[in-house]
Design a protein around this ligand. Structure first.
Ligand code: PLP
Length: 523
């Protein structure tokens, strides 16, 4: 492709991206395709002869878009937000345009230095203790990882190395492999699946500990578990506490867990990946939720979730970067340079060798939005979640399940789980809005997350109308079924046990009562 064509292709693509965002509400948020749909639309072999960019461009609508889930649609309320913004898209473009690899300082100094600066900016915005920042005198610092999953694994590997060294100073004759085989890690049973996976990948049993009624991991639970392991001859090594769990945005109790980790030399990693927690710390009114961070060895959150920076950008800070370097340092003559030690060589802070120039997009986002613009974005999402919560609370057929924290509302239909299950299935079938389900203490519930930066109050009302239209339908058909059973029963065609009849009668009574109070739409 020649430069002239590249310009045309590039401009057409930018125009397309703008149009896509402007008209994103016109598309169903969920695609309507079956597995394997795409192989029917494209040839089995790569083309022998070069095609034109215009031909490829046409195929974006024909081949790609039918199978796209629109994560940035204002009707996307599933999982968690995934960031997308024009400044970040341009940052990605420029990173690709420069196309370097920044594994060490010398391999591309700007790549490393911009990362150091932006991670200091971001750390200060969050109010992190200064020991975590590269601009402090100590060995702390920040690094951009590809994902929170990697950050958790990096923490685990650093913890493993640190613990092996500590045990060896106490028992110099012990073999590394023997020590490693005794290490154990802890997290709550509400932590993200990636935490359990880090245990698998890092070959360290990860104990999933029970939580209290607020889904928070408590100090006593951790203490009991680690004491039990110690008695069995094992060595407690790594603890992952979550600030904002994916399921219900719960916060583990850092002020209880932290001192235990410090006392027993366990590495404390804080997973605040869920944008709904981490990113909100840029607003002073939420920083109290970080209380206890001073006990941590590492802290991670994902700007690629709620901070308008396109995937991938996961921010990790460590109190002592030497622990990473000791765990990951592999020297080769071709990687050495004479400025070593003066600036970070980020290859020692991560699993891969190569690394992209990810700081560019973060830099663009921080400058083009400014701290105030980003705070406004967070507050806007939280306000929209509040709006949804108010709508749920005003409808006495539905209820809020867990406390609404930040951008996440967990709700269900009152009564048997089967009602909410049916509601969820119907909404998924209709594909107008996208939600995910979860359970909390045997209660089946639906998670509603404010995700898209395009989301406006009308979109929240749209989602609620869609949900209540199905609540209406479900209750109408239930009523119908009950009437059938009732009339069948008087004909003695169906024999129902007495208890079941009483239950049905009560449900019908309940429905009538609800009807009287329900929204006008029902009648
Ligand atoms: C999303 C999430 C993760 C995983 O994030 P990745 O960057 O996709 O690895 C981990 N922990 C929590 C709490 C999350 O919400």
């Amino acid at each position: 492709m020649e430069a002239k064509e590249f310009k045309e292709f590039g401009k057409a693509t930018i125009d397309w991206i703008v149009d896509y965002n402007a008209t994103i509400r016109d598309r169903n948020v969920l695609p309507d395709v079956e597995p394997g749909y795409m192989s029917k639309l494209i040839p089995k072999e790569a083309p022998q002869k070069a095609e034109s960019w215009q031909e490829i461009f046409r195929d974006i609508e024909r081949v790609i878009m039918p199978g796209v889930t629109h994560w940035n649609s204002p009707q996307f309320h599933a999982y968690y937000p995934t960031a997308n913004s024009y400044p970040a898209i341009i940052g990605e473009l420029l990173s690709a345009g420069i196309g370097g690899v920044g594994f060490s300082w010398i391999s591309s100094p700007a790549c490393t230095e911009l990362e150091v600066v932006t991670m200091n900016w971001l750390g200060k915005m969050l109010g992190l203790p200064k020991e975590f920042l590269n601009c402090s005198d100590g060995p702390g610092g920040g690094v951009i990882q590809g994902s929170a999953s990697e950050a958790t694994l990096v923490g685990l590997l650093a913890a493993k190395e640190r613990t092996v060294r500590r045990i060896k100073t106490l028992h110099p004759d012990l073999d590394d492999a023997v020590i490693k085989s005794k290490l154990v890690a802890y997290t709550s049973d509400q932590s993200n699946s990636s935490v359990e996976k880090a245990g698998l990948l890092g070959a360290m049993p990860m104990r999933l500990l029970p939580v209290d009624e607020k889904c928070s991991l408590r100090g006593d639970t951790l203490l009991q578990a680690m004491k039990k392991d110690e008695e069995a001859g094992l060595i407690p090594c790594y603890v992952v506490a979550t600030l904002g769990t994916t399921g219900t945005c719960a916060f583990d109790n850092l002020n209880e867990i932290g001192p235990i980790c410090n006392k027993y030399n366990m590495w404390l990693h804080l997973d605040a990946a869920y944008a709904v927690a981490g990113a909100a710390f840029i607003c002073p009114e939420y920083q109290h939720l970080m209380s206890g961070i001073q006990y941590a060895d590492s802290f991670n959150f994902n700007p690629h979730k709620w901070l308008l920076t396109n995937f991938d950008c996961s921010a990790l800070w460590v109190r002592d970067s030497r622990c990473l370097i000791e765990a990951f340092n592999v020297e080769r003559i071709y990687l050495a340079h004479d400025k070593e030690g003066l600036v970070p060589d980020y290859r020692h802070w991560q699993i891969p060798l190569g690394r992209r120039f990810r700081a560019l997009k973060l830099w663009f986002v921080l400058r083009l939005y400014g701290v105030e613009g980003l705070q406004a974005h967070i507050r806007h999402s939280i306000k929209l979640a509040k709006r949804f919560e108010i709508l749920v609370k005003a409808d006495d057929r539905c209820e809020i399940v867990t406390e609404t924290i930040m951008g996440l509302v967990c709700f269900r239909m009152k009564g048997d789980n089967s009602l909410t299950k049916e509601l969820f299935d119907r909404l998924m079938e209709r594909k107008r809005i996208y939600l995910t389900a979860a359970t909390y203490r045997d209660k089946f519930m639906i998670r509603f997350v404010v995700c898209s930066r395009h989301c406006q109050p009308e979109d929240i009302d749209f989602a609620w109308d869609e949900i209540t239209s199905q609540v209406d339908e479900i209750l109408r058909s239930k009523r119908h079924q009950h009437q059938l059973i009732d009339c069948n029963n008087t004909n003695k065609e169906i024999e129902l046990p007495g208890k079941q009849l009483v239950a049905i009668a009560a449900t019908i009574e309940g429905l009538k009562m609800n009807d009287a109070k329900a929204s006008p739409k029902i009648s």
